[in-house]
Design a protein around this ligand. Structure first.
Ligand SMILES: C[S@@+](CC[C@H](N)C(=O)[O-])C[C@H]1O[C@@H](n2cnc3c(N)ncnc32)[C@H](O)[C@@H]1O
Length: 187
């Protein structure tokens, strides 16, 4: 990620995620005992989520970021794994909940973003919940990501793919950002 993303390590960013985004995403979602977070980065959401579940597994594709976070959470209920959310090593139905925050727009193609959503569905138990937040496309964010991957999510396309994957009871909120909650049900 480019140097502008130093903001993700700031107390202001953590406060914003923890006070404004995560409570609204979780107020109607039962996270259960076993949660998977994808793309934790410096861990602003991880710090908050780990107090809401019994065990939190965090999969991070950036090896240095994963190592730093792993050492911070050593001996806690958080396991940080260096890995790629487009291809998770976990069996079907292992998690009660999956979380993704500010990471999908860093995934370079719509096909890979869809693969991540499909993997989230696969590793969720029936009835489990995916909670996520991201940005919506803007010129400001396009410039913010100069020299970096910037592939914003299209909300209508998101609804289509979530339903096609088998998610149900989907809530998508679009204001200046994007939040969504989707439940996994299997027939
Ligand atoms: C902008 S940061 C957001 C970090 C944190 N979730 C937050 O909201 O503060 C996006 C993170 O997603 C990670 N990421 C991007 N693609 C990924 C993938 N395919 N699998 C796992 N992590 C990924 C990046 O390495 C980066 O740490």
């Amino acid at each position: 990620m480019n140097e502008n993303h130093a903001v993700c390590e700031s107390p202001e960013w953590a406060e914003y995620l923890q006070n404004q985004i995560l409570p609204s995403l979780t107020q109607h979602a039962d996270l259960g005992a076993e949660m998977l977070e994808i793309g934790p980065g410096p861990g602003a959401a991880t710090d908050w989520l780990r107090h809401k579940v019994k065990r939190l597994t965090a999969v991070e594709v950036d090896e240095a970021a994963a190592a730093k976070l792993a050492s911070r959470y050593e001996g806690t209920n958080v396991e940080v794994v260096y890995g790629d959310a487009t291809s998770l090593s976990y069996p079907e139905g292992l998690f009660d909940s999956v979380g993704s925050f500010t990471m999908l727009h860093h995934v370079p193609t719509a096909a890979l973003q869809n693969k991540i959503l499909a993997e989230a569905f696969r590793v969720l138990r029936p009835g489990g919940v995916l909670i996520a937040s991201d940005s919506v496309a803007s010129n400001g964010l396009h410039h913010f990501h100069e020299g970096d991957t910037y592939n914003p999510i299209d909300p209508p396309a998101l609804l289509t793919i979530l339903l096609a994957l088998g998610f149900c009871d989907v809530t998508i909120t679009v204001d200046w950002g994007l939040k969504f909650v989707a439940h996994a049900t299997r027939t």
